[in-house]
Design a protein around this ligand. Structure first.
Ligand code: SAJ
Length: 433
């Protein structure tokens, strides 16, 4: 199948890089977002998210004339849906007395509805948003059928998950293997024809529900493995062991690859996607459910560690380094670091935070504009995110900036001996020694 024009619905972390990459490869792209502010920002040649290289790619795409943006779709050869699928904040499911989160599919529903008036025979529609198994067949196809056209017979319909790592999106979009699950083999082939415009990695064709499951399996696998690392950290703390040393020794086994413990699992993928399995089959997913519980409880474990180091938290001045959900990104969504700050505040601590990638932080937080500002009056320093800029901090330099004596390292970034030499006492997550 040949594509001259495509329409990308949703211009966030996935839609915008995807749309501008297609445009950079000579395809006419209409980027659609319901948020007028995003459209205005893009029309000014600016972008609303932080991702290395994205500003230049978007700018080049706009200047070439191939990339246009709007709040409404138009007729096109292919429609890509890349809208968010968060979970409901105020609705839960329940199974055997255990509460679980529910996917909020309203954005996918609206995007599919928005396509209906423009859908023509022979078009391709691809859902990219992470979704519970069978969404393509049972939610998207019936909505698109309102056009009078049937998926797989009159138009092609496929599910193709994005698998890019925030911070490396533009490179991974091109280089990663791409899964395309069609509602028919012809739909998978149409999807493969589309993505082969820029994908250099392997393109693997399958059916839509398999592709949906693959995406959820990948992130769930990671979540469960981080949960076990976090449990190992708790056990090491109890038994007087350094979990980082123990993991590094265990990982010398040829078939063991333990991930890193930390303050918890954040972001908009790994901490969300496993719930899509739990929601659709709570009776089959005790391991997935409990891993989520372990990772969600990890900020509380970190607060316990800070409490142990400081005695009491009441009125203690704490410098929190980092609020992002992981190193070197500006994304604070579902961030365990931010959760730790909230919990410390709740315990009566006076927390000042510094997030170099998002100076404004979050509402209700006392933010410093730089390192000096956050360290100045602190009683203790709590490192929550392994940003490169924090890892390379010299204890000698920090000593000059603060009177704090206590350091809590939750991400294993700092060498305790060096900090001791500069008159800091150091507590590390997962170190009971
Ligand atoms: N984390 C740990 N320990 C580790 C690794 C990560 O605590 O050893 C934490 C991070 O600090 C962060 C969270 O887990 O809070 C998730 O970070 P991540 O780097 O593992 O993943 P994401 O959420 O940035 O991106 C993931 C990726 N999926 C996998 O690696 C299986 C990415 O490829 C997906 O495209 C993305 O989710 C997505 O959009 O689904």
């Amino acid at each position: 199948m040949k594509f001259k024009k495509i329409c990308v619905l949703g211009l966030g972390y996935i839609g915008l890089p995807t749309a501008s990459t297609f445009a950079g490869n000579g395809i006419k792209v209409l980027g659609v977002d319901i948020n007028n502010r995003i459209i205005e920002t893009l029309q000014r040649g600016e972008i609303h998210i932080h991702e290395p290289g994205l500003r230049d790619t978007v700018k080049a795409a706009l200047t070439s004339g191939n990339f246009k943006v709007s709040t409404k779709p138009e007729e096109a050869d292919a429609f890509l849906i890349a809208v968010p699928t968060p979970f409901h904040e105020d609705q839960f499911g329940e199974y055997n007395g255990q509460k679980y989160k529910l996917a909020d599919m309203r954005a996918v529903t609206s995007a599919a509805e928005a396509i209906v008036p423009f859908l023509r025979k022979g078009n391709l529609v691809v859902l990219e948003s992470t979704s519970p198994p069978r969404t393509t067949l049972e939610l998207v196809a019936p909505i698109l059928a309102r056009s009078g056209l049937e998926a797989g017979r009159d138009f092609y319909l496929a599910y193709s998950p994005e698998r890019v790592l925030p911070g490396q999106i533009l490179r991974e979009l091109i280089e990663n293997a791409r899964v395309i699950g069609g509602v028919t083999p012809e739909s998978a082939q149409a999807g493969a024809d589309l993505y082969s415009i820029f994908v250099k990695g392997e393109i693997v064709k399958t059916d839509a529900t398999t592709a949906e499951m693959v995406k959820l399996m990948e992130n769930t696998y990671r979540d469960v493995n981080i949960a076990i690392a976090n449990e190992f950290a708790r056990l090491a703390d109890k038994f007087g062991v350094d979990v980082w040393e123990a993991i590094s020794i265990a990982n010398r086994h040829p078939r063991v690859k333990i991930l890193s413990p930390g303050p918890g699992v954040g972001g908009h993928c790994i901490s969300v996607d496993p719930w899509f399995f739990v929601e659709t089959a709570p009776e089959l997913t005790p391991l997935i459910y409990n891993s989520r519980q372990v990772n969600d409880a990890q900020p509380y474990f970190v607060v316990g560690l800070v409490k142990r180091a400081l005695g009491s938290l009441k009125d203690k001045k704490i410098a929190a380094l980092g609020l992002a959900y992981k190193p070197d990104v500006d994304d604070l969504r579902e961030s365990p670091a931010s959760e730790v700050v909230h919990l410390l505040q709740r315990e009566g601590a006076k927390v000042k935070a510094f997030e170099p990638f998002k100076l404004e932080g979050l509402p209700g937080m006392d933010m410093a504009e730089n390192l000096e500002g956050v360290l100045k009056d602190a009683d203790a320093i709590v490192l929550l995110v392994k940003h490169t800029e924090f890892v390379s901090l010299s204890p000698l330099k920090v000593r000059e900036m603060t009177r704090a004596k206590i350091v809590v390292d939750t991400v294993n970034a700092w060498n305790s001996d060096e900090w001791l030499k500069s008159d800091f006492s150091v507590s590390r997550l997962g170190v009971g020694k």
